[in-house]
Design a protein around this ligand. Structure first.
Ligand SMILES: Cc1ncc(COP(=O)(O)O)c(C=O)c1O
Length: 400
């Protein structure tokens, strides 16, 4: 028997899950099968649960110091054992969340009305954050061809040269496309940003979902002392801890690090850590490497299931290739010739399924949806059957 069971059916009823209990309001219909927001139906690894239970047994949750050897040691161990990167304690800082950190770095390095570059399609929360902070979204669309998405370096350089462009938010691995950037690409991005004094934020929250293992290159590898670069990440995705708020960032700019830490502590009063998150980080990063490897194999199988199913039943309408990273399937329905609104309405009303519509990621050439596969195999099949029923009906195909 497999050591870990990622196909276990666990009810999330009564947990106020956004994925389940937030779907009715967002999609305007009850009882949809949800595959949209990026969290998992998969229960946390046993060492994390045990450590958290033990911490709860102490029954005191006073203000907690994150600058401690357990936190630093766990983060350093993970980065060294997974990515071969040696970190120093002082380069690592705890912060309330990845999006909190990105928002604050954007505010510190640009003024209202300044430009911040996003490559599109883009994780929708980046778009919302820039709008919320009244920054101008400077769009650098990926070049899309039959081989997928590539970075438009010429366009990117031209944008970085503009005086009012101050920050670039890079996403690696990329949500929603699942793209993993190569060392060569990262080097070019870093060089262009540094040459044009554009602050580079690298959001690497999906870093542990890169397949095959060992192929991920972090911007940390290229970061030199004093570089205006910040890498932000956390365990919310990898270990399904999104509702235990935490994150951490890595920077080799001492003055910037100090300022950001002081701001988090004094301006926002959030200098102390979430004690359960610290406990989870230590257990996860010290004891759960094997669990993450097994989870990636499960996700790979789910992606293969989708690829095969689409090939067998829906190849006339849908295109899908397994991504190298994340647990998000970015599925194209361009071949169907159907417009976006028709497909999304039909997926909800005919299929009874909630997936993320491509348009929220500001896709130029729309015709995609994002399907979360971090669930049991049986649920993936339910989702695929519902997608198939939807397309069969709107394409006017009679069922056999
Ligand atoms: C690329 C990316 N960054 C950040 C987040 C959210 O991170 P946090 O909850 O720590 O703000 C997500 C969640 O889906 C994400 O996909």
């Amino acid at each position: 028997m497999d050591k870990f069971n990622f196909n276990k059916n666990i009810s999330r009823e009564g947990t106020y899950s956004v994925q389940y209990e937030g779907t009715d309001a967002l999609f305007g219909r009850r009882g949809l099968e949800p595959f949209w927001i990026a969290d998992m139906d998969i229960e946390i690894a046993e060492p994390i649960a045990d450590a958290m239970k033990q911490r709860i047994d102490n029954r005191i949750f006073g203000y907690t110091i994150w600058q401690n050897p357990g936190f630093y040691g766990a983060v350093k161990h993970w980065w060294n054992s997974r990515f071969g990167i040696e970190l120093r304690d002082e380069e690592i800082s705890y912060a309330p969340s990845v999006l909190f950190t990105i928002g604050e770095v954007v505010r510190q390095h640009s003024e209202k009305g300044d430009g911040v570059i996003l490559t599109t399609p883009s994780y929708n929360a980046f778009i919302g954050q820039l709008e919320g902070n009244e920054r101008k979204i400077v769009d650098c669309p990926f070049i899309e061809d039959d081989n997928g998405y590539t970075f438009d370096f010429d366009h990117f350089e031209t944008l970085c040269q503009k005086d009012d462009v101050k920050v670039y938010i890079h996403c690696n691995p990329h949500n929603p496309t699942g793209k993993v950037w190569t060392e060569d690409e990262l080097r070019k991005i870093r060089e262009i940003c540094m040459a044009n004094d554009v602050f580079l934020i690298s959001d690497e929250i999906h870093m542990d979902f890169v397949r095959p293992k060992g192929t991920f290159v972090s911007m940390v590898e290229l970061m030199e002392e004093g570089d205006r670069i910040l890498v932000t990440t956390g365990l919310g995705k990898t270990f399904n801890l999104a509702s235990i708020p935490h994150s951490y960032f890595i920077s080799r700019d001492a003055a910037f690090r100090k300022k950001l830490n002081q701001t988090i502590g004094s301006k926002y009063g959030m200098g102390a850590a979430n004690s359960l998150a610290l406990t989870a980080i230590e257990a996860a990063y010290n004891e759960c490497g094997e669990w993450v490897d097994a989870l990636n194999s499960h996700l790979e199988e789910n992606f293969q299931l989708i690829e095969d199913y689409i090939e067998e039943h829906m190849s006339g309408w849908l295109t899908f290739k397994k991504p190298d990273a994340t647990y998000l399937a970015w599925i194209s329905f361009e071949k169907s010739g159907l417009d976006d609104d028709t497909v999304h309405k039909a997926l909800v009303e005919i299929g009874g399924i909630a997936v993320s519509p491509g348009k929220i990621y500001d896709v130029k050439k729309n015709g995609h949806f994002r399907f979360n596969v971090a669930t049991g195999r049986e649920r993936v099949l339910i989702g695929l059957d519902r997608i198939r029923e939807t397309f069969e009906e709107i394409m006017g195909v009679t069922k056999k």
